[in-house]
Design a protein around this ligand. Structure first.
Ligand SMILES: Cc1cc2nc3c(=O)[nH]c(=O)nc-3n(C[C@H](O)[C@H](O)[C@H](O)COP(=O)(O)OP(=O)(O)OC[C@H]3O[C@@H](n4cnc5c(N)ncnc54)[C@H](O)[C@@H]3O)c2cc1C
Ligand code: FES
Length: 259
């Protein structure tokens, strides 16, 4: 059940260049959310400013974690949150990852702040006794949200080679897939070019791919029809899905991208 709640900021700090981690005490959300779900953050002048969606990046006790990149006016406001501030927050929203079906080889793949929803999934897998392989890429070392991770087998890449291998993280994944025999399930979140590349990879490799999509959202609640994505799964005769309500997690096979 989703609730509009008051959350209290417990911590808010920069963890990489323009990337921050906030810990928010909000028991009504922390006690029922799943990896892959997100929250809407409402800002002071909430009539004129649409809420902003953020993936839940982790949970501890009664708090949720958000990992956010400062890119515009509202993420700048978030950057100024102080411990003890009260914020309006709605969630948990969306469907979340379904990771019970295939536990043979669990792979997480993220670009930059796309790591956020996968960090929560990693925590759940780790709790279930699975240490996933986590492929994490960024332009340069300072833009990686973390550089080491005891809960996963971390593989880093950067465009400039400042840490990890030089080049695209998807190339590192292809190399890895060529060395394993088991079928794998890959959970992905990142920029559009990375997701389109994953779609191509999924045609040739023995993998299932689930993607957490980020579309610009207005309501985040299934009301405005502003976050439509083409969906070819189509048993229902319906050709479109709403990222906020039917997603944000989709089987990548089902998602169609414009050229
Ligand atoms: C389901 C979901 C989960 C998300 N999770 C996270 C997260 O965990 N961490 C995080 O940093 N961001 C996340 N985002 C993106 C985040 O919502 C936007 O960065 C935020 O709304 C920007 O607000 P702003 O006012 O600072 O900037 P705005 O002025 O709203 O946007 C600045 C620029 O970013 C673009 N933009 C805005 N929203 C998005 C979006 N959703 N996808 C791509 N480009 C966008 C705008 O077109 C504009 O160019 C998520 C988005 C969705 C839909
Ligand atoms: S953002 Fe309004 S329907 Fe999805």
């Amino acid at each position: 059940m989703k609730c509009l709640s008051s959350g209290i900021v417990v911590d808010n700090r920069e963890i990489a260049e323009s990337i921050c981690k906030a810990v928010i005490s909000v028991p009504s959300i922390a006690n029922q959310c799943l990896p892959g779900q997100f929250v809407n953050i409402y800002f002071q002048d909430s009539i004129r400013i649409f809420p902003r969606p953020f993936s839940i990046a982790g949970v501890d006790n009664d708090s949720i974690h958000l990992v956010y990149k400062i890119i515009g006016p509202q993420t700048k406001v978030m950057n100024h949150w102080n411990t003890g501030d009260s914020i309006k927050i709605l969630g948990p929203l969306g469907n979340g990852f379904n990771c019970t079906a295939n536990k043979s080889e669990m792979i997480l793949l993220a670009g930059g702040v796309g790591a956020a929803p996968l960090m929560f999934l990693r925590d759940q897998l780790f709790q279930d006794g699975i240490k996933p392989v986590f492929f994490l890429g960024a332009r340069t070392k300072s833009q990686l949200p973390f550089l080491s991770d005891p809960r996963s087998r971390l593989m880093l890449s950067t465009d400039d080679g400042s840490i990890g291998s030089k080049g695209l993280i998807t190339d590192r994944l292809i190399e890895y897939l060529s060395k394993i025999n088991d079928p794998a399930t890959v959970f992905v979140c990142g920029p559009d070019p990375m997701i389109k590349t994953m779609k191509l990879i999924s045609f040739t490799e023995n993998i299932s791919v689930y993607v957490s999509l980020e579309k610009t959202m207005a309501c985040g609640l299934g009301l405005c029809q502003g976050c439509i994505v083409k969906n070819s799964s189509d048993n229902t005769g319906k050709h479109y899905s709403l990222v906020c309500k039917d997603g944000p997690v989709f089987n990548l096979n089902d998602v169609e991208f414009d050229e």
